[in-house]
Design a protein around this ligand. Structure first.
Ligand code: ATP
Ligand code: MG
Ligand code: MG
Length: 350
C-alpha cells in the first residue's frame, strides 16, 4: 500500500483521509498542532512547523505523494517538499492561490472578470486606491484570510485610516464592492493526464462571512453563468498544470460571473458531494493525486443541500439525527468556539 502525505490536519484532511482509506491508501498528516480532526482517521501524524525544512524533507521522503488541505504554507516549504517527492497540486498553484493579489492578476490575465482591485502597501496607497476604485470597497489582506477574517468593508473615503489599522497594516488589496444576486463555486478535479471533471455548481449562502449553506442544483443566474465560469476554471487548471481538486468562487452579477477567489484544494462548498455526487470531491482528489482515473462527478440525486454546523449549532446533533433524511458529519472538535466549523449536515432531494 502507498501512503499519501497531507499538510494540515483539519476537517478537510480528515475527509481526504477517509476517502484515501476507502481506496486502500494510508495517510500521514504533517501539521504544526499536536492533534486535530484528521488524527482520528489518519494512522500517522507528525507535528512540525511549515518552516522546518529538514522535517518537511523527512516527511516527503516517507510518503508517495504530498497534498495539502491548507494553502497558507510558505511556498519555499513546498519547494523543499518538491525536491523530496511528488507534490500535487504543485508549488505554483499554491503560490498563486494563497495570495489574493497574485490570484486576481493570474485570473484576469487569463481573461476572467474580477472586481476592480489595487495592491495596498501603505495608507497613501490605500487612499490612492480609493480614488481609483471608489470608497464602496473591501480591504483584504493578501494572505491568510478565511471565513471573512482579515477583511474590512469601507463605505466612505474617511474609512481609510480605520480600515488600514483594522487589518494591522499588512500587505493588502482593495477590491471594489461587487453587486451580485447570488454566489456560486466551480469545483473541478483534474487528473494527472489532464482530464477535467466538474461537479454541479452549488449556490452558496454566507452568514457573518462564513459559508452557511450550499445547494444544488442552482437555478436562475447561476445556471446561466456556470458554463462561462467553468471555461475560466478549466483555463486556470490547465495553465497551472493542476492535479487534484480546484475550487473557484464566483459572484453571479447582472454582467456575468465575477471571479472572487480560488482554493487549491477540496472546498467546504463541495461537502454535499459526499452523498450528493456519484464520486465525492475527496475521492476524486485522492484519485487525481494518485494518478488514477477520475470518477463520475455527476449528481447522485436530483439535488442536495448542505448546512454547516457552526459553533454551538453542532450541539443540535441529536435533533438532526432524529430526522432519518439527514446525513450528519461531525469533525471531532472538542471546543465549540463561536464561528468554528464543527460539522455539517447534508440532505438529498429525492
Ligand atoms: P472563504 O471562507 O470563502 O475562504 P474569505 O475569508 O477568503 O472566505 P472572501 O471569499 O474573499 O473571503 O469573502 C467572503 C465573502 O464576502 C464573499 O463570499 C462575499 O459574500 C463577500 N465579498 C467578498 N468580496 C466581495 C466583493 N468584492 N464585493 C462584494 N462582496 C464581497
Ligand atoms: Mg478564501
Ligand atoms: Mg471565499
Amino acid at each position: 500500500g502507498s501512503t499519501i502525505g497531507i499538510l494540515g490536519g483539519g476537517q478537510l484532511g480528515r475527509m481526504i483521509a477517509v476517502a484515501a482509506a476507502q481506496l486502500g491508501y494510508r495517510t500521514h498528516i504533517y501539521a504544526p498542532e499536536e492533534s486535530g480532526p484528521a488524527a482520528d482517521v489518519s494512522p500517522r501524524w507528525t507535528r512540525g512547523a511549515y518552516e522546518d525544512a529538514a522535517a518537511l524533507a523527512a516527511f516527503a521522503d516517507g510518503v508517495d505523494v504530498v497534498t495539502y488541505e491548507f494553502e497558507n504554507i510558505d511556498p519555499s516549504a513546498v519547494d523543499v517538499l518538491s525536491t523530496h517527492g511528488l507534490v500535487r497540486p504543485g508549488a505554483e498553484a499554491l503560490r498563486i492561490a494563497q495570495d489574493r493579489l497574485l490570484e486576481k492578476r493570474f485570473v484576469s490575465d487569463l481573461g476572467g472578470t474580477t472586481a476592480p482591485f489595487a495592491p495596498v502597501e501603505s495608507l497613501d496607497e490605500l487612499e490612492e486606491a480609493i480614488d481609483d476604485i471608489g470608497s464602496r470597497a473591501i480591504l483584504k489582506t493578501r494572505r491568510m484570510g478565511y471565513d471573512g477574517k482579515g477583511q474590512v468593508r469601507l463605505s466612505e473615503p474617511g474609512d481609510a485610516v480605520g480600515a488600514w489599522n483594522a487589518i494591522a497594516r499588512q500587505s493588502a488589496i482593495l477590491e471594489g464592492f461587487v453587486t451580485f444576486e447570488e454566489e456560486f463555486s466551480v469545483i473541478l478535479a483534474r487528473g494527472a493526464d489532464g482530464e477535467v471533471r466538474f461537479w454541479d455548481s452549488a449556490a452558496n449562502v454566507h452568514e457573518d462571512g462564513i459559508l452557511a449553506t450550499s445547494t444544488v442544483p442552482a437555478g436562475g443566474r447561476i445556471a446561466e453563468q456556470v458554463e462561462e465560469a467553468r471555461t475560466l476554471a478549466r483555463k486556470v487548471a490547465d495553465a497551472l498544470g493542476y492535479v487534484g481538486v480546484l475550487t473557484l468562487e464566483f459572484f453571479a452579477s447582472a454582467e456575468g460571473p465575477v471571479f472572487n477567489e480560488m482554493a487549491p484544494r477540496v472546498h467546504n462548498s463541495g461537502h454535499w458531494t459526499i452523498e450528493g455526487a456519484v464520486t465525492s470531491q475527496f475521492e476524486n482528489h485522492v484519485r487525481a493525486i494518485c494518478g488514477l482515473p477520475l470518477g463520475d462527478a455527476g449528481l447522485a440525486a436530483p439535488g442536495a443541500h448542505m448546512r454547516n454546523l457552526i459553533g454551538a449549532q453542532a450541539n443540535e446533533w441529536q435533533a438532526i439525527l432524529a430526522d432519518p433524511a439527514n446525513h450528519l458529519h461531525l469533525y471531532g472538535k472538542h471546543e465549540a468556539r463561536a464561528g468554528r466549523k464543527m460539522g455539517h449536515v447534508t440532505r438529498l432531494v429525492l
